[in-house]
Design a binder for this molecule. Structure first.
Ligand SMILES: [Zn+2]
Length: 133
């Protein structure tokens, strides 16, 4: 995805706020470019996984799709590489075709943002994250 520095900064700020627990939310994309960030609550309040409230997620997804945009999911890894964990791969089954943006906070001061597509059968493909501005 292409993401403006200030939008990525919002995601990183959310990750820092929730640390050591994982944060989560959605990024709405238009033709591969991030246009808005929706912060969600991690119901699991865990440093190892995240869980979203389906009742909050469903209307948000509907809104994003109605606007002709695509939803990407984001979350943070506070103590590991920003690479999909087995938990993420398992969860990705429910999100076919969805881009996964992962923020790694491990090397503090210089957070890493990486993005992936995870197929239903667990194949991970890395996508570029291009920071704009
Ligand atoms: Zn994860």
């Amino acid at each position: 995805m292409i993401i403006a520095a200030e939008l990525l900064e919002q995601v990183v700020a959310h990750a820092r706020l929730e640390a050591p627990n994982e944060c989560c939310g959605l990024v709405a994309l238009e033709a591969g470019r991030a246009i808005s960030v929706y912060e969600l609550e991690n119901l699991a309040a865990s440093p190892l996984r995240f869980e979203v409230d389906g009742a909050k997620l469903a209307p948000l997804l509907f809104e994003i799709e109605e606007a002709g945009q695509q939803a990407a999911i984001y979350h943070s890894h506070t103590h590991s590489e920003p690479y999909p964990s087995q938990t993420d791969v398992n969860f990705a089954r429910w999100w076919p075709g969805c881009e996964w943006l992962i923020i790694g906070l491990e090397n503090d001061g210089q957070p890493l943002a990486r993005s992936f597509m995870i197929s239903a059968d667990g194949v991970i493909e890395e996508l570029a994250v291009e920071i704009d501005g």
